[in-house]
Ligand binder design. Structure first.
Ligand code: DOR
Length: 451
């Protein structure tokens, strides 16, 4: 082929394809993957040399808090999505605990409008589920840009809370989209705060009063309601061995997410080293729980890795515990931290892609993202598995300006981020203008109900 049939050609890379990891070329036209195979250099106007690099489908981070509107001093859609592309993430799903809460179509439309002007990567938004809006969810959940419904069973940042079984049942009885659940039991935590934390200012108590039993109780309760209503649930940021034992037996109605922080840091060391900068909900726990999370990565129980990027300013995080807010930034470090785990042999590169591309595609019913396949969007995370770098506060694009991994040396780094065929990050440089677009979802959602 001598005519320039394609706009862009990714040449000589090693691609993670659904069929396995292969050295191959990928051709792009109008933001879509148009051909995969052995393609000559002169078939494209622009050739990107990917020799010695791995080409992954664009990484989808299904849990990020970008604080806009209402918390712009911590983060904005512009800075949060800039951090995403700096870290090799091409798509984000943003959480509803903003101010005002994202619990109405107007609030979603407002976020869509803001993102249209300022997002560097592709985006979609969770709609917060509450007792008040439950009846409206079937009409609202298919509005453009909505990736699912989110329920907080236990209080965290912001005041979105649905802690009563009847309210959760009302939400699960209405609609078909995936319901993502923050599973900590409010009543148990309130009791523990009095009896276990008391007046203590010791941050290492965070994983004691926000207890294993609190997570277990919430997960058990929501599974029971999921089974009763025939609605699938997605249990976010799992932290305990005992919940995983139960979730393994309920894979027909529940999918599961884990975070890089919980796979990488553990109690009590993280609290000694990082103090309140390790404080997040659900908490980072002891090594025995972390080992169970890794086992669940190996045996397939876990479906998704999300960052739970939850930035707070240094000033806020340096308040005395428990006045300090919970949450850590993470969208920019998700890929490097996990590639380092791949290099350390804790999971394969294919399994990583399964967790950040195929898993999100399957669970959220994304139309054309999450695979390198002809006809899919040309979103790519191009990585150098041999690059050795140090993560630093200075290189963080998030407004919060810090990372719990400051000073950590990693092997494996995102070298280039391509979104809809456009290079938006190359060698740690951000390129061009914000040009993210809303994610499209399949509209036939009957499979989200198991009945
Ligand atoms: O630690 C957390 N912080 N956990 C959450 O679920 C919410 C988040 C936040 O928004 O700050």
């Amino acid at each position: 082929m001598s005519t320039q049939t394609y706009q862009t050609l990714l040449k000589n890379g090693t691609a993670v394809l659904p069929s396995g990891i292969h050295k191959t070329d990928i051709a792009i036209n109008d933001g879509k993957i148009e051909a995969i195979g052995n393609l000559p250099e002169n078939c494209a106007h622009r050739v990107i040399d990917c020799e010695n690099l791995h080409i992954l489908p664009g990484v989808i981070d299904t849990q990020a808090h970008f604080r806009e509107p209402g918390g712009e001093h911590k983060e904005t859609l512009e800075a949060g999505t800039r951090a995403a592309i700096a870290g090799g993430v091409t798509t984000i799903f943003e959480m509803p605990n903003t101010n005002p809460l994202t619990t109405t179509p107007e609030a979603v439309a407002d976020k869509m409008e803001r993102a249209k002007k300022s997002a560097w990567c592709n985006y979609a938004f969770y709609l917060g589920g509450t007792a008040e809006n439950a009846q409206n969810l079937p009409q609202w959940e298919n509005l453009p840009g909505i990736c699912g419904i989110k329920i907080f069973m236990g209080s965290s940042t912001g005041n979105l809370l649905s802690d009563k079984d009847e309210d959760i049942e009302a939400i699960l009885s209405n609609g078909k989209r995936i319901v993502a659940v923050h599973a900590e039991d409010e009543e148990i935590m309130n009791h523990n705060k009095e009896t276990i934390l008391g007046k203590s200012n010791d941050v290492s108590m965070h994983c004691k009063w926000r207890s294993v039993e609190s997570c277990l109780s919430a997960t058990k309760r929501v599974l029971k309601i999921a089974r009763k209503t025939g609605r699938k649930v997605h249990i976010l940021h799992i932290t305990t061995d005992i919940e995983l034992e139960i979730l393994k037996k309920n894979k027909d109605i529940a999918s599961v997410e884990v975070l890089p922080n919980h796979l990488t840091l553990h109690a009590p060391d993280c609290y000694k080293e990082l103090g309140t900068y390790a404080q997040q909900n659900p908490p980072i726990r002891e090594l025995k729980h972390q080992n169970a999370l890794w086992k669940a990565i190996s045996d397939g129980t876990i479906d998704i890795i999300g960052s739970d990027h939850a930035p707070h300013t240094i000033e806020e995080k340096s308040k005395q515990y428990p006045q300090s807010p919970s949450g850590t930034p993470g969208v920019q470090t998700l890929v490097p931290i996990m590639l380092n785990h791949v290099n350390e042999g804790r999971l394969t590169l294919q399994r990583f892609v399964d967790l950040v591309c195929y898993g999100p595609h399957r669970i959220h019913q994304i139309a054309t993202k999450g695979r390198i396949a002809v006809g899919f969007d040309a979103d790519f995370t191009i990585v150098d598995m041999k690059a050795e770098r140090e993560i630093s506060n200075e290189s963080q694009q998030s407004k919060s300006g810090w990372t719990p991994f400051n000073g950590k040396k990693v092997k494996g780094w995102p070298i280039m981020t391509i979104i809809m065929g456009k290079t938006v990050m190359s060698d740690d440089e951000i390129i061009g203008e914000p040009s993210g677009t809303p994610v499209k979802f399949r509209d036939n959602l009957s499979k989200n109900c198991y009945k």
